[in-house]
Design a protein around this ligand. Structure first.
Ligand SMILES: [Cu+2]
Length: 93
């Protein structure tokens, strides 16, 4: 690999990493729910649902969810596209 090629490769890796880092920094917490799904909460208070298989799941705002330790959380927002994009960027080859 030439120096020019390796520089291009390096900058591509850096771009991919920063995209992933931005997505993670946006997330405040991820909580496990009783039914095996996970709710992710973002800085702006909105939430996204992740299914058992790591897929982004649709959930209407205001729906009550039960955590594994018995607490109840009310769904705020429905960030399906946000979570989907995050997963897409994280798993991009
Ligand atoms: Cu939810």
């Amino acid at each position: 690999m030439s120096i020019r090629q390796s520089l291009i490769a390096l900058s591509l890796v850096a771009t991919a990493l920063s995209a992933v880092a931005a997505g993670d920094a946006d997330k405040v917490q991820s909580i496990q729910l009783k039914d095996g799904t996970t709710v992710h909460q973002y800085k702006d208070g909105k939430m996204a649902m992740e299914g058992k298989y790591g897929n982004a799941v649709y959930m209407q705002e205001g729906v009550k969810m039960e955590t594994t330790d018995g607490k109840t959380i009310t769904m705020s927002g429905n960030e399906v596209a946000r979570l989907f994009l995050e997963k897409y960027q994280a798993n991009r080859p």
